[in-house]
Ligand binder design. Structure first.
Ligand SMILES: [Zn+2]
Length: 127
């Protein structure tokens, strides 16, 4: 099974992760792309305790954390908040070159590095 792909736009993000349950399901697929296998008994049948972000083996009741060894480990914040934060960090990386201060010759005339102004709008919309 392929790793799930992240959303491309904020509208897509909101539609794809309308609630915590959707976020937990996404994490579950990331953690066990080929399905859960119990590390204690090797069985594959499990259930997700979404409120506690745990996967529990139906055979021996072993509980595995969905967020262990991830940036989400031990967080009590809503996953949607994290997903939103990650989305914006990723987006910032993409837009960062266009957020550079305009040069006097190549800029849109509304910003100048000498005055320390930044012109993200000019760069993004191309005015
Ligand atoms: Zn088990």
């Amino acid at each position: 099974m392929k790793e799930p792909k992240g959303p491309g736009t904020i509208v897509e993000l909101m539609a794809r992760f309308p609630d915590e349950v959707a976020c937990v399901e996404f994490l579950r697929k990331l953690r066990w792309p080929d399905g859960f296998v119990c590390p204690r008994c090797g069985k594959r049948e499990s259930g997700t305790i979404k409120t506690r972000r745990l996967e529990q083996c139906r055979s021996c009741c072993y509980q595995a954390s969905l967020t262990a060894r991830t940036v989400f480990h031990r967080t009590r914040k809503p996953m949607r908040l994290w997903f939103l934060a990650i989305f914006f960090v990723e987006r910032h990386k993409t837009l960062a070159p266009s957020l550079e201060p305009h040069s006097r010759s190549g800029g849109c005339g509304r910003a100048s590095p000498a005055r320390g102004h930044w012109a993200p709008r000019c760069s993004i919309v191309g005015t």
